[in-house]
Design a protein around this ligand. Structure first.
Ligand code: ZN
Ligand code: ZN
Length: 334
């Protein structure tokens, strides 16, 4: 046996588990990958074998059109890898199927979170705190300025604007995997029962969520309807469609966007967003620091975003931490 934790190696293209000869969320095709969730920066196609939750595998199948080498692992299930390494998949609360991966070897416990949040989300089970020696956390919103408001406030803003303009529609830009379905499910929770209209690019992922038990209410395709049908309605589209020709078929849309980045006014202006909705599937600063405290690991490894501020916070609070230089994670998702 080597030095403590020498079996787990942060490499530029992912976390490498040496005795098992496999990778977590590698950013290039490998023989064997453990995948935390379906966003493209974590779930690349083309691996020889992919170990992930059944939901993540279904998302990858939809995106890459193949199920080759898929090994499903349920939440709470442990699988034995080569070289005496155990991997357990634990809910991460990020999107449908998202998991933290607990790796155990020679009595040492390492958790790779992938992306996560601590807020309630009707589309996936909540993040579970598990003890470990090394906690590898994302830091997409790792600055104190990022404090996501309660989602109920953002839903109320959206519904108020809709009611104030019964002749127009509200067009919400939201990423096709996770954000769109969460916004729709939250609208339902807020009592909005009317049909919600979808850009064609959202349809398959919404159906996949429904097949996995997430109720999204009545969804209609924009392409099947006349402009007048959509007056007073909510329309959901990918962010890229917010300002393109496609939106001309809508009745005088009020443009909204659901993203953690909407906290930054300049980002909203860049996208010509009239109604910025600060809704994120990533932990904000308060959630990140609370999670590091609760997990209480011997060491924290920080990836994937603004590592510096969180690193500094750890130092100030006498917690061991280091920043990892992983490449290829560019938050498709928020
Ligand atoms: Zn993600
Ligand atoms: Zn990510």
């Amino acid at each position: 046996m080597g030095a403590p934790f020498s079996w787990i190696k942060p490499e530029p293209h992912g976390i490498y588990i040496e005795p098992a000869d496999c990778w977590v969320d590698p950013s290039r095709a490998v023989d064997k990958a453990l995948v935390t969730h379906g966003h493209a920066d974590h779930a690349r196609g083309g691996h020889g074998e992919t170990v992930a939750t059944p939901e993540t595998l279904a998302i990858m199948e939809l995106r890459y059109n193949t199920r080759e080498g898929a090994t499903p692992v349920e939440y709470g299930e442990t699988i034995r890898l080569k070289g005496g390494v155990d991997a357990t998949y634990i809910p991460a609360g990020h999107v449908l199927g998202s998991a933290q991966i607990l790796l155990e070897h020679a009595g040492e416990r390492v958790i790779v979170t992938g992306d996560y949040k601590r807020r309630e989300d009707p589309t996936c089970p909540p993040f579970e705190v598990q003890k470990c020696d090394i906690f590898i956390t994302e830091a997409t919103f790792g600055l104190p300025v990022f404090c996501h408001p309660p989602i109920e406030e953002e839903m109320a803003k959206l519904l108020d604007r809709l009611r104030a303009h019964p002749d127009r529609c509200v067009l919400v830009g939201a990423y096709a995997l996770g954000k769109a379905q969460r916004v729709i499910a939250e609208l339902r929770r807020a009592g909005h029962k009317e049909p919600i209209y979808l850009h064609g690019a959202m349809e398959k992922m919404c159906r996949l969520y429904e097949e996995h038990g997430v109720d999204l209410g009545e969804l209609r395709l924009v392409a099947d309807h006349e402009k007048d049908d959509m007056r007073g309605a909510i329309v959901v589209c990918p962010p890229s469609a917010l300002n393109d020709r496609w939106s001309r078929r809508l009745p005088d849309p009020i443009t909204a966007m659901a993203s953690g980045w909407m906290r930054i006014r300049q980002r909203a202006r860049q996208r010509n967003v009239e109604l910025p909705l600060v809704i994120s599937d990533h932990a904000d600063w308060g959630e990140l620091t609370r999670t590091i405290r609760e997990v209480d690991a011997h060491e924290n490894w920080i990836t994937h975003g603004r590592e510096d501020a969180l690193l500094r916070w750890c130092q100030l609070h006498q917690r061991r931490a280091r920043a990892l230089a992983l490449v290829g994670y560019e938050d498709e998702d928020d």
